[in-house]
Write a protein that binds this ligand. Structure first.
Ligand code: ADP
Ligand code: MG
Length: 447
C-alpha cells in the first residue's frame, strides 16, 4: 500500500491505546428461530469494549457466532437483547463510521476499480468530486495505484481484496470490522496485505481508531492483535481474553511470538478428553457436536505425522503450512484425532500416541478394529445408534430419529454435520450401515 495518506487522514495520528472505548457491547444475546421450532441461541452475554487504538482479534470455531457478532456491531442485524454503543451512542441500523471487510467481495464486474470503490461512498451522499477524491486517495493508499480503470476480472485475488479494503477505508471509518478478510488469499499474499495494513495502521495513515477482526488463524491473531477474544461455541460466549503485548512490527519467526502462538493453541485445545479404556459414563452427552473429520483424512494426517520430517511430533502451525490450510480446516481433524487417542494435543504440539503408531502400522482390518474400539468408547452418539439398532427386532432405525434428538441441543447445521460425521465413522468402523437413499441405519453389513 502506497503511503499517500494526506487525502484520507486529515491529521495523521498513530493510534494511542488507552484513550477509551470506541464501541461497547453490552449483554449481547442473539437467537435465531429454528426450522424445527424453538430458538437457537447463538450469542450469549457478550460484553466487550473495543478501545481507541487497539486491534482485537476474535477467534472461534466455525459456527461460534463470529460473523453474527460483527453484523450486530455494524448494525446490520439487531441483537435479541443487549445493546451496542458506537462512540457512546446506541447502534440502530447501519452505522456511518463503521467499515467492513469480508472474506470475498462482491465486486461489480462491469465497473472499474475506481467505480467499485466509489460505490461504498454513495450512501454517504457526498458531492461527486469529494467522492471521487476520496476513492482515488483510498485506491492509492491501498496499493491499487495504476489499476483505477482496471476491471475486476483483470485482477488477482489479492488485488481484488485490496479493492475491498479501499472501499471500506474510503468511507473513513473509525471502527473497521474484518470478517476473515485474509483467509481466502494464498499465504504470501495474505502476509503481504496484513503487513501493509499494519504499517498503515501503525503510522496513523488510516482514519481507523479501532479494529475488530475475525479469524480462525491463531498465528494471524497473534501477529495482528493487541487482544485475542476467544469465542466458545453452543452458545457463543467469550471464554478467554488474551492480551498480546508484543512490540510491533512483529516477526512471525520471532521465538517469543512462536511461543505465544503455541500457548494460544494450547489454550484453545486444552480440554479434558478421556483417553483411557473406560466405559462411557451415562452422563456423557449424545447430542454433542462432532468435528467434520472424515476417516480418510484422519488416516492421511496420521501417516504424514508418523513419517519424516515429523517422526511423530509436529508444531501445530507447521501442520497448517504443510496442509496449506487454515486452522478452520485442520482443527476438526486434530480434535477428532485427540478424541480417538490417536494423537495428543499439548501446548501447541501434536504428538502421535502409541495407539496412533499402531494404527499407522496396521493393515485395514487392524485399523478398523482400533477405530471401532475408540468410536464405541469415545463417541456416545455412535454407541447410542448401535444400541438402538441392537434393541430393535428389525435392526433398523431412520436417520430422522437421531436428527430430532440432536436438534434439541444443536443447530440444524451442526446436527447435520454431526450426523454426517458419525455416519462416516460408523461405516468405516463397520459399527453400523447406512442407506443414503432411504436415510436408514441398519446392521445389514456389519457382523
Ligand atoms: P461463525 O462466523 O463463527 O462461523 P456464524 O455467526 O456465521 O458463525 O453462525 C453462528 C450460528 O448461527 C450458526 O449455527 C449458524 O447456522 C447460525 N445462523 C447464522 N445466521 C443465521 C440466520 N440468519 N438464521 C438462522 N441461523 C443463523
Ligand atoms: Mg463467519
Amino acid at each position: 500500500m502506497v503511503h499517500n495518506a494526506s487525502a484520507i487522514a486529515r491529521e495523521p495520528q498513530p493510534p494511542s491505546p488507552g484513550s477509551g472505548p470506541i464501541a461497547q457491547l453490552r449483554g449481547i444475546r442473539k437467537t435465531f428461530p429454528k426450522a424445527s421450532g424453538g430458538d437457537l441461541l447463538v450469542l450469549d452475554d457478550i460484553n466487550l469494549d473495543l478501545n481507541d487504538g487497539e486491534i482485537v482479534c476474535l477467534l472461534g470455531r466455525s459456527g461460534s457466532g463470529k460473523s453474527t457478532m460483527l453484523r450486530i456491531i455494524a448494525g446490520l442485524l439487531s441483537p435479541t437483547s443487549g445493546e451496542v454503543l458506537f462512540e457512546g451512542r446506541p447502534v440502530h441500523g447501519p452505522a456511518a463510521g463503521i467499515g467492513m471487510v469480508f472474506q470475498t467481495f462482491a465486486l461489480f464486474p462491469w465497473l472499474t476499480v475506481l467505480k467499485n470503490v466509489e460505490l461504498g461512498l454513495e450512501a454517504l451522499g457526498l458531492p461527486a468530486d469529494e467522492s471521487r477524491q476520496r476513492a482515488l486517495a483510498a485506491v492509492d493508499l491501498i496499493g491499487l495505484d495504476g489499476f483505477e480503470s482496471a476491471y475486476p476480472k483483470e485482477l488477482s485475488g489479492g488485488m481484488r481484496q485490496r479493492v475491498g479494503f479501499a472501499r471500506a477505508t474510503a468511507i473513513h471509518p473509525r471502527l473497521l470490522l474484518m470478517d476473515e478478510a485474509f483467509s481466502a488469499l494464498d499465504v504470501l499474499t495474505a502476509e503481504n496485505l496484513r503487513s501493509e495494513f499494519l504499517q498503515l495502521w501503525g503510522d496513523g495513515s488510516l482514519p481507523i481508531r479501532s479494529v475488530l477482526m475475525v479469524t480462525h488463524n491463531i498465528e494471524e491473531a497473534v501477529l495482528m492483535g493487541d487482544r485475542i477474544v476467544v469465542l466458545g461455541i453452543n452458545p457463543g460466549r467469550i471464554t478467554d481474553i488474551i492480551p498480546i503485548s508484543l512490540a510491533r512490527p512483529r516477526d512471525r519467526f520471532d521465538p517469543v511470538l512462536r511461543e505465544m502462538v503455541d500457548s494460544v493453541y494450547g489454550q484453545m485445545t486444552a480440554r479434558p478428553i478421556p483417553l483411557t479404556r473406560q466405559p462411557i459414563p451415562a452422563t456423557l452427552p449424545i447430542a454433542e457436536r462432532l468435528p467434520r473429520a472424515p476417516v480418510n483424512r484422519m488416516a492421511g494426517f496420521l501417516a504424514t505425522l508418523a513419517n519424516s520430517p515429523f517422526d511423530g511430533r509436529a508444531d501445530l502451525p507447521d501442520i497448517d503450512d504443510l496442509f496449506n490450510a487454515t486452522q478452520g480446516e485442520v482443527f476438526p481433524l486434530l480434535e477428532a484425532l485427540h478424541r480417538f487417542g490417536l494423537a495428543r494435543l499439548e501446548a501447541g504440539d501434536i504428538t502421535l500416541t502409541d495407539l496412533g503408531r499402531r494404527f499407522v502400522d496396521s493393515d485395514l482390518e487392524g485399523r478398523k478394529t482400533i477405530f471401532r474400539g475408540q468410536l464405541l468408547m469415545q463417541v456416545p452418539l455412535a454407541s447410542h445408534i448401535r444400541s438402538v439398532l441392537d434393541t430393535r427386532p428389525e435392526q433398523r432405525a431412520p436417520l430422522v430419529r437421531f436428527r430430532v434428538e440432536l436438534e434439541d441441543h444443536l443447530s440444524e447445521q451442526d446436527a447435520e454435520m454431526t450426523l454426517r460425521t458419525v455416519i462416516d465413522w460408523g461405516r468405516y468402523a463397520e459399527l453400523f450401515a447406512y442407506d443414503d437413499d432411504a436415510e436408514v441405519f441398519s446392521l445389514e453389513n456389519p457382523e
